[in-house]
Design a protein around this ligand. Sequence first.
Ligand code: FEO
Length: 393
Amino acid sequence: MFKEIKKNIFYAGMNDEGRLIFDELIPLDKGTSYNSYIILGSEKTAVVDTMYPKFTREYLKSFDDNGIKKVDYIIANHGEQDHSGSIPALLEKFPNAIVVTNAVCAGNIKEMLGVNSDKIKIIKNDEELSLGDKTLQFKIAPGVHWPDTMFTYVKEDNIIFTCDFLGAHYIFDDVFAVPSKDLEKSAKKYFAEIMMPFSSVCRKYTAMLKELKPDMVLPSHGPVHKNPSYILDLYEDWAGEKGKNLVLLPFVSMYNSTEIMIDYLADKLKEKGIPSVKYDMVTGNLGDLAIALVDGTTLVMGTSMVLAGPHPAAFNTAYLASILRPKFKIASFIGSFGWGGNLFGKMADMLAPLKLDIIEPIQVKGLAKPDDYAKLDKMAEEIYNKHKELGLV
Ligand code: FEO
């Protein structure tokens, strides 16, 4: 059954409990939800965002089960198919319906889904659409996370549909958010993968929504926020420009030589009051890595050598860090090798877009010797000094 959220506004989404991974990249703890909403105005009916194609048949049936006999407008806040995928089928079921969206999203829906131009009404920023006793106002919000994104605000109810922005890969029975460690972790992992590359844009829209003061924020993944400041405060922190007093230590270690050095460095940092997060790049959960990327200021990667270069798992992590664009300021590398090759050059190249302050790397043949431990002491001292300069310790 659709769930009434406010008078004549219904949740019509679905949980995908079996989904183990999103974008074939980030493992999910307990699946995700694809949120669709129905607004019954006194004259017109609107659907806000639709459904992941896999569930189209079930989604369309839910309209019959809930007595929805007409749809006038399909509001597309974003063209990605987990929200727009069921638009063609919904247009077939309700042939008089019109898709309402911005010009960029209209282009995507036409090209990606084959929707005809005559079925699309293009709106401008702040344009309004009346449903009778409810007025929709569209707030074009490019960059969270596609160039085509927008929010839909219901003026009379003071609520806003934000699509991916402020979402979480989370399943639920009660549609309203109950703050918990689990929800925060899911929302943070979601932020890391989907929103972190656009942190400055996130700051802009977080501030905009704080000023708007909606009574409710309704994203298209995860629960509805009746207390929007809960998720907005978290976004303010995660998307902030300044990292925390934290060092991330991703490592891969074939003979333990690299891991011993990573552990030694972690102990030295701890002695100086700097916490660290160790992450096994081979067996670790990529979601945990993404979460750790949100907060840290310094990245020290440890890798063994495979043939004449770093272990491929180290490339994978360096590449992910470079595209997710975390707020790290400082980096270095630690590694062990058996015979020749360049252990760190290509990894540093991959991280170059982050414009990090690189501390002299440490490359060791086999196990670390007293001289190498002295270099690790020096690395810990340099990290401490740089964190101090940044006002973190
Ligand atoms: Fe949930 Fe960008 O789609």
